[in-house]
Design a protein. Structure first.
Length: 257
């Protein structure tokens, strides 16, 4: 600005907001819920938050847009996304996690979105690298995009169920995703230990990644997490496994360095 380089944020004002999502009842079943927000729009919102590991999607950070029903979701405030891979303990999706639209099998549109996100992952990582996002946070996008693709495209999991793999039921214990990331990091040579904060919450403590090239470690970590056997997924996921899907492993999609 005026010949000077400044740091800041660009914001877009939404002038057709009907209110915050927490101000509206979504309905108790899918038939009622889709009259408020369509399944396709609900799924697109959930896919976004899952891929970027949003830690702040409460009802006050989600607007409903438009004067007619169904309304469009208007997600706002994305400053608490993409934490480093070793800090995945605070996923927060309460704004939509109990929506009935997301308790059913994903639509064809959701499967297409998840598959395309996986296909475009190397390019997405390249763009984030150009914006100087750190490698550990880009690894989170890679891990979560792969997890979403396997869950939605390959297993046909409801998005609300998939979210349960990322959210802690008890902050004193790791989520399903954290358990596997922690194990995978150790298997790839990282020196990781379990710590506790002052509240007693469990933490992954990264001491050393045992390599001079963090990008190399990130590739190995993502590949290791992506290779988790379907047999290691919760039973509610494995029961939905489809045998007709051809899986593209994210370990095959290495972003340029």
């Amino acid at each position: 600005m005026d010949g000077k380089s400044l740091e800041g944020a660009v914001q877009f004002f939404l002038d057709d907001a009907a209110g915050f999502a927490e101000d509206f009842s979504m309905g108790r079943d899918v038939a009622q819920a889709v009259k408020k927000v369509s399944q396709a729009d609900a799924e697109a919102l959930a896919l976004l938050d899952l891929r970027v590991f949003n830690t702040d999607r409460h009802g006050g950070n989600l607007l409903l847009l438009g004067s007619d029903w169904p309304k469009m979701p208007g997600p706002i405030d994305h400053g608490c996304c993409l934490p480093p891979w070793w800090a995945l303990g605070e996923a927060r999706f309460e704004a939509w996690m109990d929506w009935p639209q997301l308790s059913d099998q994903p639509s064809d549109a959701a499967r297409t979105l998840a598959a395309e996100a996986r296909r475009q992952l190397p390019r997405s990582c390249e763009l984030l690298k150009e914006l100087h996002l750190n490698i550990a946070s880009i690894a989170t996008l890679r891990i979560c995009t792969c997890l979403v693709a396997v869950g939605v495209v390959d297993l046909g999991m409801p998005l609300a169920k998939l979210a349960q793999l990322m959210v802690r039921e008890d902050y004193s214990e790791f989520s399903w995703l954290e358990e596997h990331v922690f194990a995978s990091a150790g298997q790839e040579g990282a020196k990781v230990t379990v710590g506790r904060n002052r509240y007693g919450d469990k933490l992954i403590v990264l001491e050393d990644i045992d390599t001079a090239d963090e990008s190399v470690f990130a590739d190995k970590l993502v590949g290791r997490v992506d290779s988790i056997s379907v047999n290691s997924w919760p039973k509610f996921a494995v029961l939905r496994l489809t045998t007709t899907t051809t899986t593209t492993h994210c370990s095959e999609l290495v972003p340029p360095r």
